[in-house]
Design a protein around this ligand. Structure first.
Ligand code: UGA
Length: 429
């Protein structure tokens, strides 16, 4: 099939690449000329495992193309996906201006039947607005359908999530659009769930909010574990063994960050409010998450007393492992707070340092975990990078001024760290 994807961010670029990988002919559209030129030259603006190779392969096979012309995308494609940002506004609501602009631009170029698919995370009822907008700006009589097709990929495992999804959801109002969407997704061999437009949009916000709720729940349980001497890892394992609960997203730690959960939970609270429902439960999820970083810093202060002039190493700046993304990262928030309190902080992240250096020049970075630890009075782990597990911890202990570790992601084994001579603190155990 001929498919256009408007927006070459995380979702758009990975989706376009995976569509090409299964045999579709894909045009990725972006209004950022520099990014398009970069992609055409084979340079990938983000780090995502496996993505670079797939892009290169599909460009060579001439199944993946990049352009800054939305007209070209609409003209050459039966199905046009919208994958542009939907950033948060100050009051928690979603800025839909990029989606609206793209809808108008699509309308200007539609000459014959097209399926316009919204993949951006949007509030319920946005599809209806997109349809109204296209109808208003397109030539009279032009036929089209609007579909909602939420994306469930996670950064850091985006390619795998997209190639082997648990489920594919799309909300449609017409059988013609439904048939074309089945054609787009049949090569993926995954269960397809077809709903109405509004339900598909809600599935996305309800899913992300539920996952965030699981994280805040286990973080609240971790606080009880700390107060009672229980071990949150054992509690999570015991809970997770129940198939109805499941072990995933029960990792206690510093809480959730990133460009999705914080934004989507506030948006869902706001949408609910506008629809007349006070989603108090989600407000508590946000509060627990916001407190998690501060509770962690308190442990550090309890041990070091004042942070001013203390040499502290930090491992991890990205909002999670396997990514260079530092947006809304709890690790960045904690680093900034320590710097504010006068700590002499040296941070290291396998992929997130370039973005950190650009956006947070107050956080000093070094080129290795060993440099961050050298001479430090405490070492903090803020991101769940598996690479940190296999560091030479004996070398680190010997280089630190005091062998004090604060593991904010429960990445290391407490008894092993103790046997290596560390004083080791983690979350909920
Ligand atoms: C999340 C969802 O998992 C995806 O399904 C969704 O498509 C995506 O948002 C989106 O809306 O675009 P993502 O934000 O990339 O994906 O990453 P997650 O793996 O969900 O992690 C989010 C945050 O939660 C990270 O900061 C991570 O450290 C934290 N987390 C995750 C925990 O603290 N504990 C856990 O058990 C799991």
């Amino acid at each position: 099939m001929n498919i256009a994807i408007v927006g070459s961010g995380y979702v758009g670029l990975v989706t376009g690449t995976c569509f090409a990988e299964v045999g579709h002919n894909v045009i990725c559209v972006d209004n950022d000329d520099a990014k398009v030129a970069q992609l055409k030259a084979g340079k990938i603006p983000i780090y995502e495992p496996g993505l670079e190779d797939l892009i290169r392969k599909n460009v060579q096979l001439k199944r993946l193309h990049f352009t800054n012309s939305i007209g070209e995308g609409v003209e050459k494609s039966q199905v046009v996906f919208i994958a542009v940002p939907t950033p948060p506004q100050h009051d928690g609501s979603v800025d839909l201006s990029y989606v609206e602009t793209v809808a108008r631009q699509i309308a200007e170029h539609i000459k014959e039947y097209r399926v316009v698919v919204d993949k951006s995370t949007v509030p319920v009822k946005t599809g209806e607005k997109v349809a109204e907008t296209i109808r208003r700006y397109a030539k009279p009589g032009v036929e089209f359908d609007v579909v909602s097709n939420p994306e469930f990929l996670r950064e850091g495992s985006a390619v795998e999530d997209l190639m082997k999804p648990d489920r594919i959801v799309f909300g449609v109002n017409s059988s013609k659009a439904s048939a074309l969407m089945h054609e787009v997704y049949s090569p993926f061999n995954a269960p397809i769930m077809v709903t109405d437009l509004n339900s598909a949009e809600l599935i996305k916000h309800a899913s992300n909010s539920f996952l965030a709720l699981k994280i805040s729940y286990i973080n609240a349980v971790a606080a009880i574990c700390e107060a009672s001497g229980a071990d949150v890892e054992k509690v999570a394992a015991g809970m997770g063994a129940d198939k109805r609960i499941g072990r995933q997203f029960l990792n206690a730690g510093l809480g959730y960050g990133g460009s999705c959960f914080p934004k989507d939970i506030s948006a869902f609270i706001k949408i609910s409010e506008e629809l007349g429902y006070n989603f108090q439960l989600l407000k508590e999820v946000e509060k627990i998450n916001a407190d998690q970083g501060e509770r962690f810093l308190k442990k550090l202060r309890d041990k070091l007393w004042v942070l001013k002039d203390k040499k502290i190493g930090q491992l991890g700046l990205a909002f999670k492992g396997n990514t260079d993304d530092i947006r809304m990262s709890v690790g960045i928030r904690i680093a900034e707070q320590m710097v504010k309190e006068g700590a002499s902080l040296l941070a290291y992240d396998p992929k997130g340092m370039e973005k950190c250096n650009q956006l947070h020049p107050d956080i000093k970075t070094v080129n290795s975990a060993y440099e961050a630890a050298n001479g430090a009075e405490a070492l903090i782990i803020a991101t769940e990078w598996v690479d940190f597990k296999s560091l030479d911890w004996v070398k680190i202990r010997e280089s630190m001024r005091t062998p004090l570790i604060f593991d904010g992601r429960n990445l290391l084994d407490p008894s092993e760290m103790k046997s290596l001579g560390f004083e080791y603190y983690s979350v909920g155990r």
